[in-house]
Design a protein around this ligand. Structure first.
Ligand code: HEC
Length: 138
């Protein structure tokens, strides 16, 4: 009886270890971040709006800079404390994103990328922030 429960314990332990190792082997950035069609094709209603009050910059500095860095290069002071690598906005993959897709990722987030649905609630603020993000790596 004793050896049997020992056997089961060892089996459970090894099993969980394998599962943990497997989940570590797939870093988040390699999991495609699928943006629903509805968002991908969403139009930016504030595309050509002049942000005289620098709302985009103020929001970015307050909420995003700590991870994404001053210039969006993914080198903010908090970047190294999250498990998922913080993307570099200078990469082609970022430049190819539609505004709607940036909206989806910025507002809803996933895992280490926080959701800002409750912190940035105004539509105008969200879009001005996206407009600003795109100017960082021009
Ligand atoms: C705690 C750190 C952290 C903060 C704060 C943060 N982000 Fe992120 N962000 C990340 C990480 C990590 C990823 C990569 C997530 C992934 O791939 O799963 C990411 C990804 C993104 C992406 C996708 C980029 C791409 O190339 O696909 C956008 C857009 C983005 N963040 C916008 C923002 C905005 C806007 C803010 C502020 C309102 C913000 N982030 C605040 C960590 C952060």
């Amino acid at each position: 009886m004793k050896t049997k429960s020992l056997f089961i314990t060892v089996l459970l332990f090894t099993g969980s270890l394998v599962l943990i190792l497997m989940s570590m082997a797939v870093p988040n950035q390699e999991k495609p971040w699928v943006v629903p069609k509805k968002y991908q094709n969403m139009e930016n209603p504030y595309l050509n709006v002049n942000d005289d009050e620098n709302i985009g910059r103020i929001l970015y500095t307050k909420h995003c800079k700590s991870c994404h860095g001053k210039k969006g290069r993914g080198d903010g002071t908090k970047a190294s404390s999250v498990d998922t690598p913080v993307p570099d906005f200078a990469e082609d993959s970022f430049k190819k994103e539609t505004d709607g897709s940036l909206y989806y990722k910025s507002v809803l987030g996933r895992d280490d990328m926080p959701s800002f649905e409750k912190k940035i609630t105004e539509e105008e603020d969200r879009w001005l922030l996206i407009n600003y993000m795109k100017t960082l790596v021009k």
